[in-house]
Design a protein around this ligand. Structure first.
Ligand code: MG
Length: 344
């Protein structure tokens, strides 16, 4: 069989400037990968994160090598072999490898005439709903964003913290969304003692869990917080690839996996299995990414306790259609073939 491949860069403006403890983004760039067998075409997206050492330039620099590997193997159903060879030729660069992994899985499922979750034997019913993220802003703007999220029907909010005014923010969001499930993400901004103090206050507002309170470089600090925390702790920056899972189980309660950190759908599934074996709850997060990659992530939802797949929801305009997310619900059952990603 001969496969044709290609890739292109897309600019994705965000609906609102998005601020977390590390900085602000107004637009993002993804790289879209295509793999075709001449009849069906698989689509995947790379949403590189500078925090993990990637940019759209590094993605575009390694994609020719990755796609040459795909064409060399030739059979898209040889996913294990292709992904192993890609890792042998291009170590790191997880977002670039992941875009190829997603495009291949989309193509394989289309060739089989099935939605991806059915290729994996997963159940599309009773899925966790995705959270919708409220980025850092002045307190009144965060009130406005919370009101907008509630109007749009999102009932699980993820609030970015890591400021001087964290308590005021959570008080305001809770006031505006009294019924919502609220989880928070400090993106490594706190010291361990500060985290314990702040989490005590957050617990008063019925927060569900706290993501990455302290820097990943400080696992002892994470463990210190977790031992004293009034709320469950999720590891995100501390939880990158499969080999991190045993340590994550020592320092957190929830493993937040992201495709763009771990580099492949197969690695993500292995991480969920390992997380369960280590007594962790599972979560799948995302970067600011288009439906070209979010659609594939949605097919992992049956393996999750918590979903944070709002990458496309935060865009002003996504050129790709994906799995529909009405009011945050993940409507996997409506996907007919592949991941459900297509050009709008
Ligand atoms: Mg996070």
């Amino acid at each position: 069989m001969s496969l044709e491949t290609g890739f292109e860069r897309v600019i994705l403006p965000l609906e609102f400037p998005f601020t977390i403890s590390r900085g602000t983004t107004e637009e993002t760039e993804n790289v879209i990968v295509r793999v075709s067998d001449g009849r069906d075409e698989g689509i995947g997206g790379a949403a590189p994160s500078a925090h993990y050492g990637e940019t759209v330039d590094t993605v575009e620099a390694v994609l020719p090598t990755l796609l040459e590997t795909v064409e060399g193997v030739g059979d898209p159903h040889q996913l294990e072999r292709i992904e192993r060879r890609m890792r042998e030729r291009v170590n790191l660069n997880p977002a670039a490898r992941c875009a190829v992994s997603i495009a291949l899985h989309d193509l394989v499922a289309k060739r089989l005439g099935l939605p991806l979750y059915r290729c994996w034997g997963l159940d599309p019913e009773d899925l966790p709903e995705t959270s919708y993220t409220i980025g850092i802003d002045d307190v009144e703007s965060m009130r406005g964003k919370t009101a907008t999220a509630c109007e749009r029907g999102y009932s699980t909010l993820k609030v970015k913290l890591g400021t001087e005014r964290d308590e005021e923010i959570i008080e305001t969001v809770r006031d505006e969304a009294p019924e919502a499930t609220i989880r928070v993400d400090a993106n490594e901004a706190w010291s361990p003692r500060e985290a314990v103090r702040k989490i005590e206050a957050l617990a008063e507002f019925g927060v569900e869990f706290v993501e990455q309170p302290v820097p990943a470089e400080n696992p002892e600090g994470m463990a210190f917080v977790r031992e004293r925390s009034a709320l469950p702790i999720a590891a995100d920056e501390s939880c990158v690839t499969l080999s991190d899972i045993p340590q994550v189980a020592e320092i957190a309660d929830i493993a937040n996996v992201k495709l763009m950190k771990c580099g492949s759908l197969r690695e993500a599934r292995a991480m969920f299995a390992a997380a369960r074996a280590h007594g962790l709850e599972t979560m799948l997060g995302c970067m600011t990414e288009s439906n070209a990659s979010i659609a594939a992530a949605c097919h992992l939802a049956p393996l999750l306790d918590y979903a944070d797949l709002d990458g496309s929801l935060l865009l002003a305009d996504d050129p790709y259609e994906g799995v529909s997310l009405p009011e945050g619900g993940i409507d996997l059952a409506s996907v007919e073939r592949g991941t459900g990603a297509s050009v709008r």
